[in-house]
Design a protein around this ligand. Structure first.
Ligand code: G6P
Length: 438
């Protein structure tokens, strides 16, 4: 990697989140000199790419940094000699997410885009595409790092390790940084005084211990949560309070997505109510996106608009840019990312992807040892790992029975017959994006 003039390629560059990323790169320009940012999208996304790309150009101009923004539909050009490739695409766009969320609800099952049947189908659509991108990277930018944000990020990372030879990959999520910022807010202190020991899987990560200036404050933070502090929630997940006794006994911070597993019936009721009243999250986001893109069109807008904060991806930019900065500058700092376990978490196979604190170096993440997960959560985490692994196999093989197995072992699905009904309806609804099952 040259020390001057980095090239970044962003796949799914027409995403409404792109201004987050651009803002992060601008802020860090002095330590992360990106000379070319290539925003790549597919023909269906061209209009959005043009709008958000022009905003990116205005942001860079306003900041006065010598970064050239390229907009393209040509993957070869975008990937050629890239130093980092970031992925934030959504196969089938938000319409597919809406189906992921709505169809399972008919069967009284939570339809979420990363957990349960929704997560399975997003994985089935996404994994073949990411493996195809990797084939191009092997040819066009064999030394690049792949920073994957595309959901389900844990399952996608698992699939890359198991079904390709590409090793320069990091799966990334904004949930850990969101929790850390939430803790800082709840304790009313600066975020850099907080350290959280994260361990688990993507959207299944626990804050094992929390420290303020090096002193363990886990119990204090749990007390804050049980007394109704909602700083640690996310815009896209309904904030239903936790049973105090449960959290005290758990003695770790759950992530917002844990509500789907520990409060399944309450969350199902909420999702059904929301779907009937205002639409599923995808449908709400479709409306939000329309508003965002209208704003982005405004030629006087030259910075990231505040409205973007209504999306679940807050701190996306910090997570992605800090990671790239630390790899590029070999910083050796600690960041929670999705990477190969290599024995860090005792209860998960060494060759599986986990989300865990890592030391970030020029050679990528080095996971920090955690030991076995507490017995209270070990089984659930292992079950989700099995789900991710079997789902990834189904995504690659297109094997119907494997997909049925993945759907049935997901803890949000209560029987194999229900799993089959949902699977059949979703395979039909998404068939355009699932050629491997035809
Ligand atoms: C959180 C999750 C992301 C997810 C996002 C959805 O940030 O960590 O994985 O993509 O929420 O937000 P949205 O606004 O699209 O519902």
């Amino acid at each position: 990697m040259s020390k001057k003039g980095l090239k970044i390629a962003t796949i799914g560059g027409g995403s409404s989140y792109t201004p987050e990323l651009v803002e992060g790169f601008i802020k860090r320009y002095d330590s992360l000199p990106i000379s070319e940012l290539w925003l790549l999208d597919i023909p269906e996304g061209e209009e959005k790419l043009t709008i958000v790309g022009n905003l990116a150009k205005r942001m860079v101009e306003e900041a006065g940094v010598p970064m050239t923004i390229h907009l393209t539909l040509d993957r070869e050009k975008a990937l050629q000699d890239a130093d980092f490739v970031t992925t934030q695409f959504r196969v089938g766009l938000l319409d597919a997410r809406a189906k992921d969320e709505r169809i399972p609800l008919k069967y009284d099952v939570i339809g979420q885009e990363t957990n349960g049947p929704g997560g399975l189908f997003k994985g089935l659509r996404t994994i073949p595409v990411i493996l195809d991108i990797i084939k191009d990277m092997e040819r066009l930018c064999p030394h690049a790092w792949l920073i994957n944000f595309t959901n389900p990020a844990g399952m996608v990372t698992e699939a890359i390790y198991r079904h390709s030879n590409w090793r320069k990959v990091v799966g990334l999520c904004n949930v850990p940084v969101g929790i850390k910022m939430g803790v800082a807010k709840a304790l009313d202190v600066e975020a850099d005084r907080i350290h959280v020991d994260f361990a688990g899987l993507n959207h299944m990560v626990y804050g094992m211990d929390v420290y303020l200036d090096g002193k363990c404050v886990t119990e204090d933070v749990i007390n804050k949560i049980t007394s109704g502090d909602s700083s640690m929630t996310m815009k896209n997940i309904v904030d239903i309070g936790w049973e105090p006794g449960f959290l005290k006994a758990l003695n770790m911070l759950p992530c917002p997505y844990h509500r789907y597993y520990y409060k399944t019936s309450d969350m199902l009721a909420e999702e059904k109510k929301n779907a009937a009243e205002e639409g599923t999250r995808a449908e709400v986001v479709q409306q939000l996106e329309k508003e965002l893109f209208e704003l982005y069109k405004d030629e006087t807008l030259r910075t990231k608009p505040e409205q973007l904060e209504k999306r679940g991806g807050a701190y996306y930019s910090d997570a992605a840019c800090n990671l790239i900065d630390s790899i590029y500058n070999d910083r050796g700092d600690i960041q929670p990312v999705n990477t190969l376990n290599k024995g860090a978490i005792g209860s998960i196979p060494d060759d599986s992807a986990v989300e865990v604190n890592c030391i970030i170096t020029k050679d990528g993440p080095k996971p920090l040892a955690v030991g076995d997960l507490p017995v209270s959560v070990r089984g659930l985490v292992q079950q989700i790992k099995s789900f991710e692994r079997i789902a990834a196999e189904a995504a690659v093989s297109g094997d119907y029975d494997q997909a049925l197995l993945a759907m049935t072992i997901n803890p949000l699905v209560s029987s194999d017959t229900t799993a089959k009904l949902i699977l059949d309806e979703m395979l039909e609804a998404h068939k355009e994006y699932l050629p491997q099952f035809q």
